[in-house]
Design a binder for this molecule. Structure first.
Ligand code: ADP
Ligand code: MG
Length: 320
């Protein structure tokens, strides 16, 4: 018997809610905000062939679809509360749906966020998620707010997801464990929610890294009206990126994209507090540069010599 729109919603996306006043099944979900808190709301769509490869396992796709959205809440220092899911499916493929729902709910449960509704239609595979989180008034981390003299930090390590993409495209050869390592970074990014919350009141500005370090840092610099000096050698990376040739390593680190780490600024006086926030969140944090009064971005090598910058941000409407 054919599985229809409402059957598949009922089977895969109608788990009872625990916190929302009303979840899916009616015309609207109903949410009760915690008194005195502000909502932080963000949307991200994932399109096959653009944001993910058709080879991605369904559970990894469920994970990543929510992860990239949670990463935006993390960048604002918001605590995840609820999300909606807009699904466009070419056909009802129950193996796909079961895997997708499993990956989605596993990450949702890990972050205490619940699905409260959505929309389901037929068409080219497309996943749109809207996340809602809470943050105390005035404490959201913003892109503006960084000051000249602040230190520039990044969480985790960069470049692995880009290296996986290069391997899938046949532009890097990685075998066995090495390939699985970078593939995990690309398909299962870990949104830095705990770190974002721990940085409330400490970071002067923050953004999550989705389109590459150079491009995303550029957003912070423009919003904060400052410049920056970035030390290439200090950008944290793993053994597989370290093993690349120089040009590929630079691409992975500066223009990588899909890292979903937090890039943030904090006053030099808060250096120890930043380290403590990283320790509390269980995420490594590394200082990679300084914010300057001189506008623009300078990338320097380990000796302080300025490098010529050719890397730029990924843009959906501007070809490489
Ligand atoms: P309406 O026509 O009133 O917009 P729909 O028929 O689109 O309602 O959806 C019926 C119910 O199922 C709604 O409560 C909606 O939130 C929920 N829903 C639809 N698709 C999804 C989905 N992919 N995940 C979770 N809930 C969904
Ligand atoms: Mg609808």
């Amino acid at each position: 018997m054919a599985v229809g729109e409402f059957d598949l919603i009922a089977k895969y996306f109608a788990r009872p809610v625990r916190h929302a006043v009303l979840g899916g099944g009616d015309d609207c979900a109903l949410l009760q905000p915690t008194p005195g808190m502000q909502w932080a709301v963000s949307t991200d769509a994932l399109v096959e062939g653009r944001h993910f490869l058709s080879t991605v396992p369904p559970d990894a796709l469920g994970h990543k679809s929510l992860a990239v959205n949670l990463s935006d809440l993390a960048a604002c220092g918001a605590r995840p509360v609820a999300f909606t899911l807009s699904l466009t499916l070419p056909r009802v493929d129950e193996t796909f749906l079961a895997g997708f729902a499993q990956g989605l709910y596993a990450l949702a449960d890990a972050h205490g966020i619940e699905l409260v509704g959505g929309d389901t239609t037929a068409g080219p595979l497309n996943i749109g998620i809207t996340v809602m989180g809470e943050v105390p008034p005035g404490q959201a981390l913003r892109r503006g707010g960084a000051k000249a003299g602040d230190e520039l930090w990044v969480s985790g390590r960069l470049g692995d997801a880009r290296l996986a993409l290069e391997a899938f495209r046949g532009q890097a050869s990685l075998r066995g464990e090495a390939f699985e390592d970078v593939r995990r970074a690309m398909e299962r990014p870990q949104p830095r929610v705990a770190l974002g919350i721990a940085l409330r009141g400490i970071a002067s500005a923050a953004i999550d890294l989705s389109d590459g370090l150079v491009g995303d840092l550029g957003h912070v610099l423009r919003a904060s009206a400052v410049g920056a000096t970035l030390r290439l050698a200090d950008i944290p990376h793993g053994p597989h990126v370290a093993a690349c040739g120089e040009a590929q390593r630079r691409t992975c680190l500066l223009a990588g994209g899909d890292d979903y780490e937090l890039l943030f600024a904090a006053p030099a006086a808060a250096h120890a507090q930043v380290r403590d926030a990283g320790a509390r969140a269980g995420v490594p944090v590394t200082r990679i540069g300084t914010l300057d009064t001189a506008p623009g971005l300078r990338v320097v090598d380990a000796h302080g010599a300025q490098l010529t910058l050719t890397e730029r941000a990924f843009d959906h409407f501007i070809p490489d």
